[in-house]
Design a protein around this ligand. Structure first.
Ligand SMILES: Cc1cc2nc3c(=O)[nH]c(=O)nc-3n(C[C@H](O)[C@H](O)[C@H](O)COP(=O)(O)OP(=O)(O)OC[C@H]3O[C@@H](n4cnc5c(N)ncnc54)[C@H](O)[C@@H]3O)c2cc1C
Length: 262
């Protein structure tokens, strides 16, 4: 399935988007499409095209892992009765979700910088997968024997100011990109409003709030998100874990709480 999807994508991959006066030309391996208006919704991809504003999205590769199915009585013992997702307060947050298959999906914790466009196809780094598996075992000690069954990853786009970005190049190319890894809700909302704007010419307040027509964004985020900075952020999170995750400190806090309450 993956191989055939990849083949279809290869066959339809747009290699360039150009404005030629009032027309936009989209180059594919099988020919050129000409349109009067184009909306680019390629997320963090397309950074190699001249039309994509420079530094619009800084690419980071992020990973999710999934455990093997866990026996219902072991899950019940966790008291995770709401089954709602949990996120941590780390700089690079980690999230845990309990699936209908009774597996736990856990994500992010580490991000890896994409350096070149077109973005390469990539698979999860086994070192990162092991680190995430270790975290899952620490977070749920009673499940430390549960195996990690699979891992997958993809590119997310970090915007120059951590907000979603939508905008325009000239009068006929529009884009909605870079949702900082939170696009599942944001993208349908933004693109719906963008479609209304393209058709009716009326811009909603929400769209105006993230709108841009600059041909180039500041390089600050791209310069900041260097591999050594991402590694240092990971180190800072682990340093904080060392203190916040200390059982001694947790017991002391519990004792203090009991004394305060009595
Ligand atoms: C591992 C992972 C976990 C995530 N978890 C969450 C989450 O829990 N919650 C959340 O809100 N967001 C999450 N995200 C981010 C979310 O997936 C994105 O923000 C969202 O998918 C962006 O939507 P989009 O439509 O802009 O882009 P995409 O969904 O990436 O769609 C872009 C499309 O453009 C196509 N494309 C790209 N380049 C070309 C080209 N040259 N020619 C033709 N087609 C092209 C791609 O094939 C793709 O179909 C996660 C991302 C990853 C990688």
């Amino acid at each position: 399935m993956l191989a055939s999807s990849a083949k279809v994508f290869e066959q339809t991959r747009v290699s360039d988007v150009r404005r030629t006066g009032s027309t936009v030309e989209i180059t594919t391996p099988h020919g050129t499409v000409r349109a009067s208006k184009v909306l680019l919704a390629t997320s963090v991809y397309g950074g190699e095209w001249d039309i994509t504003p420079k530094n619009l999205a800084t690419p980071l590769y992020v990973i999710e892992i999934e455990s093997e199915p866990i026996a219902p009585e072991r899950l019940a013992a966790l008291d995770w009765t709401s089954r709602s997702g949990i996120i941590t307060q780390h700089q690079l947050m980690t999230h845990y979700r309990l699936t209908e298959r009774n597996t736990i999906v856990c994500g992010v914790r580490q991000a890896q910088r994409g350096q070149t466009y077109p973005l390469p196809d990539r698979v999860p780094d086994p070192r990162v997968v092991r680190d995430m598996g270790k975290d899952l075992a620490n977070r749920f000690p009673s499940l430390s024997d549960v195996a990690i069954e699979r891992a997958w990853g993809g590119w997310i786009g970090i915007s120059p100011d951590w907000l979603a970005v939508a905008g325009q190049v000239g009068d006929n190319v529009f884009y909605a990109m870079a949702c900082n890894g939170h696009g599942l809700c944001q993208v349908p909302y933004v693109t719906h409003q963008l479609a209304d704007y393209i058709v009716d010419g009326e811009m909603s307040d929400d769209l105006a709030g993230i709108w841009s027509d600059t041909p180039k964004y500041p390089a600050s985020m791209s310069l900041l998100m260097q591999p050594f900075v991402l590694r240092a952020v990971w180190g800072l999170d682990r340093f904080n874990d060392f203190f916040n995750g200390s059982r001694t400190r947790a017991r002391r806090a519990l004792r203090r709480g009991r004394r305060g309450g009595s």
